[in-house]
Design a protein around this ligand. Structure first.
Ligand SMILES: C[S@@+](CC[C@H](N)C(=O)[O-])C[C@H]1O[C@@H](n2cnc3c(N)ncnc32)[C@H](O)[C@@H]1O
Length: 309
């Protein structure tokens, strides 16, 4: 990237402007194959300067200091090597909240917001019913990763003044991911309603739940190599769903009769091509149970709602 013309004033180092750095950065990313080159450059320049993207866009003529320009160029090179913008910035927006992210946990995806919406509706519906003696709803988020689902749900319930009525059990097989989830729970001030457990799916003595939520890995093993380059920076453990993609989900399904209360429901995120497969799996593994497929905004199968019929 060439520095902007200083107009021959001759005062120290040449000054670079926002607009020039953006053009050069976007061009570098376009060459490297990024399909979102301009947006990536805007986010990375905002990150280097310490302001939001809209401020960057509003002031193309603004001068950028040498240190910020150096950080920006280094970040552009990381992005050009394929690293996701979210890991470079250390933050990803999910359900209107900022989540800390790094390579210890999957970057939360927008499609998972559907599961949170459905969970929120299910919690509020149940809170409108008689809760009996227990007085609170028990909810599990299995394979929590960054904590996106549990934390987003908890923050929403707090806004609805319903957080005190739930207990969330948050699990992951990865201790690293759980650390990220804890940081996010503390950062959003909802950790006091959560307990964290490192476990294969759920701890054996976890008890029963009103709601089991999970976005477990569901990519077929033989499709892993064809995933976008950015996903190679994410934990394989968070993506690889085994031979048919449903290995982890299938193991959780087998445990549902023991972990769901009588009218409990599991909401499980699935791949857009796995609607029929999950229905078949429930038919085989849990005869007499129901499995309804909820769609996302694009009309694609996204969440399986499973319960005793
Ligand atoms: C697709 S990521 C989802 C992360 C997060 N729930 C989200 O929606 O962004 C799947 C998560 O499941 C975890 N995981 C994989 N196998 C597991 C297992 N056997 N038991 C518990 N968690 C598991 C991974 O470590 C990863 O954090």
């Amino acid at each position: 990237m060439a520095p902007a013309d200083t107009g021959g004033m001759g005062h120290g180092a040449p000054v670079e402007t926002t607009g020039a750095l953006l053009r050069a950065g976007a061009e570098r990313l376009r060459e490297s194959g990024s399909e979102t080159a301009r947006l990536d450059a805007e986010l990375l320049l905002g990150h280097a300067v310490g302001v939001g993207r809209t401020v960057i866009l509003a002031h193309p003529e603004a001068p950028i200091g040498a240190d910020a320009a150096r950080r920006y160029r280094a970040d552009i090179e990381r992005r050009a090597s394929g690293e996701p913008v979210a890991y470079i910035r250390g933050v990803k927006e999910f359900y209107g909240l900022a989540f800390q992210v790094d390579p210890r946990a999957l970057i939360p995806r927008p499609e998972t917001e559907r599961l949170v919406e459905l969970a929120e509706g299910e919690v509020m519906r149940r809170l409108g019913l008689d809760l009996g003696d227990s007085g609170s709803l028990r909810i599990a988020d299995v394979g929590t990763g960054s904590g996106a689902i549990a934390v987003a749900l908890a923050v929403s319930l707090r806004r609805l003044r319903a957080l005190e009525a739930v207990d969330l059990v948050v699990t992951d097989i990865s201790a690293d991911a759980l650390d990220v989830a804890k940081d996010n729970a503390v950062g959003h001030a909802v950790a006091d309603r959560m307990s964290f457990a490192q476990a294969d799916l759920l701890p054996s003595a976890a008890g029963r739940f009103d709601l089991v939520l999970a976005n477990l890995p569901y990519v077929r093993h033989d499709a892993m190599a064809g995933l976008p380059r950015a996903t190679t920076f994410e934990p394989t453990l968070a993506l690889d769903g085994g031979v048919d993609g449903l290995e982890l989900i299938g193991r959780l399904v087998d445990r549902l009769p023991d972990v769901l209360v009588e009218d409990g429901v599991a909401l499980l995120e699935i791949g857009a091509d796995q609607g029929q497969a999950i229905e078949g799996l429930i038919f085989e593994a849990l005869p007499g149970w129901s499995c309804a497929i909820e769609q996302d905004l694009a009309g694609l199968p996204r969440v399986a709602r499973i319960g005793r019929a």
